[in-house]
Design a protein. Structure first.
Length: 268
């Protein structure tokens, strides 16, 4: 089911190529993104040259400089302000984060998994809501992002609740098993969009999903993961699609899926 009008959802799905093209332009032009999202005129940071990885380092420096240690909410607020007012960040963000929050609060997972940790925003968001004894395993292949995520998580006071693993899912399975993780209660999939379905099937094949496991998919409409979206409508999942906005945008639409697994348990 979808939480908005079916006709609108169908039209959005059919225009996914246009959505992707506009999203590509927006990500490379902060000035244009701000104009289209009615965020005001370009600021000084919009005119600065972009250095690969420097933006993420700037976020870390800003958070360490402006927020007190051990305050996850302040960390999230600071990153959201950066995403809205300075440069685009591919976090789930504040608006879609509220959907993630509701799914977490309903499931109350003891073991959570994140595919695509980026700089640690969603890890802080998830870990701050885990019940006592809960643990999040966040997987990302980018060495720089992993370093920044660990620093942000430590600053938020959540290092005891989060294990950041550098790698991809296939190479991380053994690491998870060595830490006693064989099934998960909750997963956020927010990495490379064409890998969503592939890695979900890896989780199923290796028996990580059990009845009642919740899988949240971000950016299912923009940039889009149509094969994943179709799979989540199968009988193996009970899925709700949330029509919302792309992170840090008042213009671009997106969909977040929240799915409960009801398929076969164990290795497949």
């Amino acid at each position: 089911m979808i939480s908005s009008k079916p006709l609108l959802a169908r039209l959005l799905n059919e225009s996914s190529l246009l959505q992707y093209i506009v999203h590509w332009i927006l990500r490379r032009s902060m000035a244009l993104r701000r104009l289209l999202s009615f965020g005001g005129p370009p600021g000084p940071s919009d005119m600065q040259p972009h250095y690969r990885g420097q933006k993420e380092q700037n976020v870390l420096d800003m958070v360490l400089r402006t927020t007190p240690p051990g305050n996850p909410e302040a960390v999230l607020d600071a990153i959201d302000k950066f995403g809205w007012n300075s440069e685009f960040l591919m976090n789930i963000g504040d608006r879609k984060g509220a959907i993630l929050d509701k799914a977490l609060q309903k499931r109350q997972p003891q073991v959570a998994l994140e595919l695509g940790g980026y700089i640690g925003y969603s890890a802080v968001r998830i870990a701050s809501q885990l019940p006592p004894g809960g643990k999040l395993y966040s997987i990302d292949p980018n060495e720089s992002h992993v370093r920044i995520a660990r620093a942000l998580i430590q600053h938020a006071g959540l290092s005891d609740k989060v294990e950041v693993i550098q790698g991809i899912l296939e190479t991380s399975i053994q690491v998870l098993h060595l830490q006693g993780v064989h099934t998960i209660d909750f997963a956020l999939i927010d990495h490379v969009k064409h890998l969503y379905l592939k890695d979900l099937l890896v989780l199923q094949k290796n028996g990580f999903l059990k009845k009642g496991s919740v899988v949240v998919g971000d950016n299912v409409l923009t940039p889009g993961s149509p094969d994943f979206r179709k799979h989540m409508q199968s009988d193996e999942y009970a899925t709700v699609e949330h029509l919302t906005n792309l992170e840090y945008s008042n213009y671009m639409l997106d969909i977040v899926t929240v799915s409960e697994y009801r398929g076969r348990e164990g290795p497949q």
